[in-house]
Structures are given as C-alpha cells and as structure tokens.
Design a protein around this ligand. Structure first.
Ligand code: FAD
Length: 550
C-alpha cells in the first residue's frame, strides 16, 4: 500500500492505475479500482462513455447476444433495475445503459474524454509507467490497463480514389452523431460482415437505390428480434444467479444455453433437419449449439451449413443472387455468425442490387461512382462496413515501450504474444482486457470483460497488500500459453476461414488465430488456478518479502 500511495502522492498527475478506454471494460475497471480505494485516471479518445456503442451508430446497429445477458452482472441492483426493451437492444439503448452506469457508479469525474493515449513508457529504475496523451501531457502510474477494445480501430480500406469521391463517405464504426438520412439517395454499402448485414435492410428502406458490394458471403441467422415481455424480464431477474453462474463457469461462449450431448451425425436426416429448423425459428447466436461437434467435424458442419444455404435459396427469389449470397468458402461458425433482421429478404426489393467483388473487384472510386468489374455504379453516398483491425489494432496505435526500450509492436511483429491474454513478457504492470490469447471475441464479451477486470483488480490488491512493486509474465509461461492457444485452435475448423480472428482482413497482418478457443469456463478456471498458486508463471518483484509476509 505504502508504495502505491507514495507514487500517487508525488504529484497530482500520478495515479495507481491509468486505464485506456471507457467502454464497458474501462468503466468496470474504474469502478473496481474505486471500490479498492485506488487512484485511477481513465483516458478516452471519444467524447463519451460506451466504446463500441458510442462509435457504432449506424442504422440497424444492435447487439447480437441477447440484452438480458449482454449486460453487467457485477451489481444485482443494476440488473434488477434496468429495463431492456427488446430481445436485442438497439445501439441508442445500449449507449443509454452505459451512460446510466457511468452516473450510477460516479465514474465520470475520473474519466478524461477527448484524450487519446499516444505513448506509454516503462521506467525500469522507478518501476513506473509514463503515459503521454494527445493533449501533450504526461502522467505517471504504477499500472496501465489497456481497455482499448477488440473492435475499436475501424479499418478504412485502401481503395484507389476513395478520397476523391464527391459524395459522403461513412464508416459503420465511426458513424456521425447527427442523424443520416439516405432518403432519395443512391447508396453503396461495401462489406457484408456483421455491421453490413445489420445496416443493409434498414438503409434499403430509405435509399432510392442500394448497391451492396460483397467480397465474402457470410452465414447469417435470423435474430427474431421482438419486444421483451414483462414475463421474460421477470424470468431472467429471478434466475440471474444461475444464468450468470452458468455463463461464467460452464458455457463456452459466456451465454446461457443448452449444452448439447450429441453430434450432428448421431441423428438421422429428418431428426437433424427438424432440430435445425427449430433453432432457425428460435433465431439467434445459439444456432451453433444444436450439436456438440459442429465446430470440429467438417462433415457435421456441412449438414448445418447446407441447411442455412437452403434457407437462403428459399428466401432470395433471384437464383443468381441467392447463389452469390450462399457462403461456400468457410465452415459455418468459423467466422463470427451474423444475426440479422430481414437481410436476405432485402435482396428481393427492386431497389437493392448485389455486386460480387470477389470475381469483379472494385478497381477504383471515381468522383461519383464505385467502379467494379469495368462497370460504374453511380452513387451519392458510400457506407464502408469494412470492419476493424481486430484485437491488436488499437493497442498497436499506442507507442508502448517496456523493458530495454522494446516496443510492443516490435514484440508482436510476428503476431501477438501474451500469457493468458492478460500480460506480455517484458512489459511489467501492463494489463490488457480481453486481449489476444483470451476467449474475448469468441464470447459474450461482457462476461469476459468482467472476468478480466476482477482478476486484474484482485491481482493489484494482492500486490498492494504485499508491498510488491512489479508483476510480469514469464517468457516460458508465455511461450507455452501461445503454443496452447494455437494448438487448441487447430483442433477446430476455425483456422480454415480467412477471418478477422486470423488477422486475414488486414493486408500484411500476421496470420495467427488470436482468441483462445478453449471456452470461457475452462479459461476462467485456469486463470483462477494461476492466481491461487501465487500467480504462477508471473514474476512479482519482492516475491521473497511477500512469501515471508504470508
Ligand atoms: C457493432 C458491434 C456490435 C457488437 N455486438 C456485440 C454483442 O452483441 N455481444 C458481444 O459480446 N460483443 C459485441 N461486440 C463487441 C464489443 O466490442 C464488446 O462487446 C464490448 O463493447 C467491448 O468493450 P470494451 O470496453 O472492451 O471495448 P470498446 O467498447 O471498443 O471500448 C474501447 C474504448 O477505448 C477507446 N480507445 C482505444 N484506444 C484508445 C487510446 N489510444 N486512447 C484513448 N482511448 C482509446 C476507444 O475510443 C473506445 O471507446 C460488438 C461490436 C460491434 C462493433
């Protein structure tokens, strides 16, 4: 405690912890630090809290994990009080929730908005991080927590002529705050991942003409979104202890759902089909949990993928368009499954056209058109639904220097290396929330965020109570973990897809399967065991003193 206090006392610009980012991760981290009596400063480059839900204001934006589960569990009063209106809340409601949490837990006074963190450098003599922000100021902190988000660095594609386009260009991940009205306009949507799939049906209702440019067809399942009834809310509120326990400890993806005990090939064709049909009718992300081997057995996976391809062919009237919309280059589930509301049906509208840019690549953007396959598609506005430099993009933008002046970008040049997805060797007292090497984007992320924040907060308190100065991942523990993450990934079908999990959407990015696919329950157990063994695999300076004290 004394060590931390002495740091904080030196000047007003010194903190126990600097947190980068005020999305759900940074907000909960700050709350935990408040509870532990630590001094903390959060820097957020946006003008408000909410992260993902602050930036992604595009038409149709909503969560794809059901709101009764895509919400904090750390406060029972909060989860009992908050009224989600729909099965999947729309972006404005999730943003309102984030703002409510900021007010309810008095977070704002310790968050500095409109301030990006540009550099963080570890001083090995003083065991202190110096953090430099976009306003030119530097603060110091004992610990730095990167709550920078896995999907927060919007990726603008490198298309010739894009800057010369005379109309408006929007990115779904960086949407304007004022309403955008596409009425009467000719609009291009480039990209058909999760954001494009949510935006297309909504923009189609407004635009005079919508042209959708698709490189890869993606699997999408109907959301079956609807208003939540009071009975549904009541059921969750009464059953939260078990729902949350299951999501944390047993579920693979942090979602309360059945755990199938059969494989897809254990059932006959009719039985299997009727199970897929029931899930299709129910809608939502748990479509993949009909059977226990869809993610690991190609033949089993094919039965599921075929079912969805048939559904697309049933919905989309024009056979050629239907064929283009049927995914055929990756196993179902090996890229994040999308959840949609009338996405495929949108292509039956007379004002919606699909352009296959795999066979007819976009050559350039002119002052008034997207040129693909030698043809000009004249448009008034372009919506880039081109995703993110996922998992590492926002971290890489910060100049982070650890021991011996090594930068994190140098260390991660061949792909991210972490121990447990929480720390990287050579960078003491620097934590990442939902970093590469943890279940992260393969899960209900609020479950993973809460687990990481709790673990980090416990760890910092452990150090404070023992007068420990530094904590650092050991290189051998890190190497073993990286190998384990890789090994587990290659027992599944996931690496077969050119997905953003693999860094495949960013030219030049190393192809490494970044998240840990072992499941949130088993992963939590590993993290807890590591902590219970006195943070096995980490070196804490002053360990001998700590051992003597305990
Ligand atoms: C459209 C969309 C829908 C999604 N739906 C779901 C869903 O249904 N279920 C689910 O589990 N997950 C979903 N996700 C993933 C989502 O990102 C997480 O659920 C969660 O919101 C992440 O919270 P976070 O705080 O870790 O990161 P973010 O919400 O991304 O917040 C990170 C914050 O850090 C800030 N930041 C980054 N770098 C810096 C810097 N250098 N200096 C200062 N500030 C910085 C950013 O501005 C941002 O505000 C979705 C993502 C998107 C894009």
């Amino acid at each position: 405690m004394a060590a931390l206090q002495s740091v904080a006392a030196k000047s007003a610009a010194s903190y126990d912890v600097v947190v980068v980012g005020a999305g759900f991760a940074g907000m909960y981290m700050l709350h935990k630090l408040h509870v532990q009596g630590m001094t903390a400063r959060v820097f957020e480059q946006g003008s408000g809290v909410g992260g993902t839900w602050y930036w992604n204001r595009y038409p149709g934006a909503r969560c794809d994990v059901e709101s009764m589960q895509y919400s904090y569990s750390f406060s029972d009063e909060l989860q009992q009080d908050w009224n989600w209106s729909e099965r999947y809340a729309p972006q404005p409601e999730i943003l309102a929730y984030a703002n409510h949490v900021a007010d309810r837990f008095n977070l704002r006074s310790d968050i500095q908005f409109d301030t990006g963190v540009e550099r963080a450098e570890f001083d090995e003599r003083a065991n202190i991080w110096s953090v430099t922000t976009s306003d030119g100021k530097t603060v110091t902190a004992k610990f730095v927590v990167l709550a920078t988000g896995c999907l927060s660095n919007a990726r603008k594609p490198d298309i010739k002529g894009l800057d010369a386009f005379k109309g408006k260009v929007y990115h779904t991940g960086h949407w304007p705050h004022e309403p955008v009205d596409f009425c009467g306009q000719r609009v291009a949507v480039i990209g058909t991942g999760s954001s494009g799939i949510q935006a297309v049906p909504v923009i189609a209702e407004q635009a005079r003409q919508l042209t959708v440019f698709q490189r890869t067809a993606n699997f999408s399942i109907p959301a079956r979104n609807a208003a939540l009834t009071e009975e549904e809310r009541k059921w969750f509120r009464q059953n939260y202890p078990e729902v949350r326990r299951f999501a944390r400890e047993e579920a693979r993806a942090g979602i309360y759902t059945e755990m199938p005990d059969r494989g897809a090939l254990d059932d006959g064709d009719n039985e299997r089909r009727s199970k897929y049909e029931a899930r299709w009718q129910r809608g939502g992300l748990t479509f993949m949990s009909v059977y226990n081997n869809l993610g690991i057995d190609q033949t089993a996976n094919d039965t599921d993928a075929d079912f969805v391809r048939e559904k697309i062919a049933e919905i989309v009237k024009d056979p050629e368009t239907a064929k283009l919309l049927q995914p055929n280059n990756h196993p179902i589930g090996s890229k994040r499954i999308c959840i949609d509301t009338e996405y495929f049906a949108a292509f039956n509208r007379p004002n919606v056209t699909l352009v296959d840019i795999k066979s007819n690549p976009i050559e350039e953007i002119t002052s008034n058109a997207v040129r693909a396959g030698g043809k000009d598609y004249e448009v008034d506005a372009i919506v880039l639904a081109t995703g993110f430099d996922a998992m590492t993009g926002s971290v890489a933008k910060i100049d982070i220097r650890g021991r011996n002046g090594q930068t994190l970008n140098q260390k991660w040049a061949e792909g991210p290396k972490t121990y447990l997805g929480l720390m990287s060797a050579g960078f003491p007292n620097l934590f990442v929330i939902t970093g590469p090497g943890s279940p992260s984007v393969l899960s209900n992320m609020i479950v993973s965020i809460e687990q990481h924040v709790d673990w980090i907060a416990d760890c910092v308190v452990y150090m404070r109570d023992r007068g420990l100065e530094t904590m650092e991942a050991n290189k051998d523990a890190e190497d073993k973990w990286v190998a384990h993450v890789n090994e587990v990934a290659y027992t599944t079908l996931y690496p077969q897809a050119n997905s953003w999990y693999m860094g495949a959407n960013v030219p030049g990015k190393p192809r490494i399967f970044m998240p840990y696919i072992g499941g949130v329950g088993p992963y939590r157990q590993i993290c807890n065991e590591v902590a219970a063994k006195g943070y096995e695999g980490f070196t804490m300076a002053g360990t001998e003193r700590a051992r003597a004290a305990s």
